[in-house]
Design a protein around this ligand. Structure first.
Ligand SMILES: Cc1cc2nc3c(=O)[nH]c(=O)nc-3n(C[C@H](O)[C@H](O)[C@H](O)COP(=O)(O)OP(=O)(O)OC[C@H]3O[C@@H](n4cnc5c(N)ncnc54)[C@H](O)[C@@H]3O)c2cc1C
Length: 461
């Protein structure tokens, strides 16, 4: 990578707005409060190696050997936490097992939520923005949606994640790629991270090491995700059957969907399902899906990975350690969107660490409750929406086709409008209406009484 460490070394971390893009703080209450949080900078940190020799954390410019926070994993969750913490004055070491830029299996679709949360440098890696989406299902004719408010920006994760790391380094984080955290420990005085280069000790540890978070398990944190999807992806040439500014979602498998996302010079083609009974079939289903686009899935390198969704059932924090991103299963259970939620959890982690440093919370266990409060309602609604869609796909898509109200709700959910990051109760209501086969008057479906109907809350279904 263009060595982010050189960007971080010697920085004095001057007073600066915590998030460099003004619009971000204005729109996002989580980031806003993270930006306001202050660090006491009073806690000392002891650093030692396995063999007792000291590790030199000092930069060439003579940075003092003190670390407030170690962040493990330089994906969107870890880089966001590192950036926000460093920007507030914490000493942050961000360790990443692989050399950067590192590939990450992903469709690389950034919803408006993710676009709002990403720093400008990361947004400059966007290769294409798609405002039109085609929805397909086995027994229905295609549905064409056009929604600038729900535009999806397409990125290659290697470049996007590198830009996030560079933003963290520019904020003052000490980035160490090619350094794997081999073990972690916690005691009343701090958290320890063992690496081949030695042992790091910090006041606080953010574990953002993705799925599966081996280190979280070692600490007895996390546990099962509410839902665990398996997704396969392959990079293929563009399909001549689709325009370059159209993304395609096909509800080709129970408990999931297949996607075609056009990037700069190729397309990401993939499929995922949370249903274990479908996992063996995914490869065949992906080949079939690619075939409908006149593409040969065997022409690219097919890989698969898990997407843990809907938060972990077990504790996601201890006194000194918090889990962020996939380590906390923050992806959404409807689309498997994980990047924005990983960044949000990184921001919440930074906020709670800042609150702890400022003695506004007793310890980092406050993170568990805070993360569930920030993301739980939205992810819960998306979970139930996913169940409703799965139970009655045709009805749900018919509602999308005919009801501007349902379409607006979907756009709001993808865009992250309406309060936090989710659809509101109107959307649940519309899904219930679709499920039971009656169309809400507010949905303005042909079978409903018409556009002047009552608002959903007054609907008597
Ligand atoms: C096939 C597929 C398609 C997807 N498509 C989309 C999409 O289009 N849009 C979307 O929003 N989401 C998508 N997702 C989900 C998204 O990729 C994840 O939710 C997101 O990457 C989670 O970010 P993270 O920071 O938690 O973890 P990651 O991005 O996985 O980063 C974790 C990092 O930790 C490092 N690490 C692991 N162990 C250690 C260790 N011991 N020491 C040091 N470093 C370590 C890893 O090398 C990695 O760099 C997709 C997922 C899959 C599998």
């Amino acid at each position: 990578m263009s060595d982010p460490r050189s960007a971080s070394h010697g920085r004095t971390n001057p007073e600066r707005p915590a998030v460099s893009r003004g619009g971000t703080t204005a729109h996002d209450p989580v980031l806003d409060s993270v930006c306001r949080a202050e660090f006491s900078r009073e806690r000392a940190v002891v650093i030692a190696t396995h063999d007792g020799r000291p590790v030199d954390f000092r930069s060439p410019a003579g940075r003092s050997p003190r670390v407030d926070v170690v962040v493990v994993g330089a994906g969107p969750a870890g880089s966001t936490a590192a950036r926000l913490l460093a920007a507030r004055g914490a000493r942050v070491v961000l360790v990443e097992a692989r050399r950067l830029p590192r590939p990450k299996l992903c469709g690389g679709g950034l919803t408006p939520k993710a676009q709002r949360l990403a720093p400008p440098g990361a947004l400059s890696t966007v290769e294409r923005t798609v405002e039109r989406t085609e929805l397909r299902a086995p027994r229905l004719s295609p549905i064409h949606l056009e929604a600038p408010a729900a535009s999806v920006a397409m990125v290659e994760r290697a470049r996007f994640d590198l830009a996030l790391v560079e933003a963290a380094a520019a904020a003052g984080a000490d980035v160490r790629d090619g350094v794997e955290a081999l073990d972690v420990k916690e005691d009343p005085f701090g958290a320890w991270v063992a690496t081949e280069q030695g042992r790091l000790r910090a006041d606080a540890l953010v574990l953002a090491d993705g799925e599966p978070s081996r280190l979280a398990r070692r600490l007895g944190l996390g546990g099962d995700a509410r839902r665990l999807a398996l997704a396969l992806e392959v990079d293929l040439p563009f399909s001549a059957a689709l325009a370059l500014d159209v993304a395609l979602l096909e509800f080709a498998v129970p408990g999931g969907y297949a996607w075609y996302f056009p990037k700069g010079d190729h397309a990401s083609v993939g499929i995922g399902s949370y249903r274990p009974s479908q996992h063996r079939e995914l490869k065949t289903a992906l080949r079939r899906f690619a075939g409908t686009l006149d593409l040969d899935a065997a022409a690219g390198r097919l890989s698969g990975h898990w997407i843990p969704q809907g938060l972990r059932r077990g504790p996601m924090a201890s006194a000194r350690v918090v889990l962020a991103g996939d380590a906390a299963a923050t992806a959404d259970p409807l689309f498997g969107e994980g990047i924005s939620y990983a960044m949000i959890s990184g921001a919440v982690a930074a906020q709670v660490v800042a609150d702890w440093e400022g003695r506004r919370v007793a310890d980092l266990r406050a993170y568990d409750e805070r993360l569930r409060r920030v993301l739980g309602p939205a992810l819960g609604r998306l979970y139930w929406t996913a169940r409703a869609v799965e139970a009655s796909l045709d009805l749900a898509l018919t509602a999308v086709r005919h009801s501007r109200h349902v379409r607006d709700q979907a756009v709001d959910a993808i865009a992250g409008r309406r309060g936090a990051f989710a659809v509101d109760r109107d959307c649940r209501f519309a899904c219930v209406c679709a499920l039971i086969g009656r169309v809400c008057p507010a949905c303005r479906a042909p079978s409903g009484p018409g556009p002047s109907c009552a608002p959903p809350a007054a609907c008597a279904v």
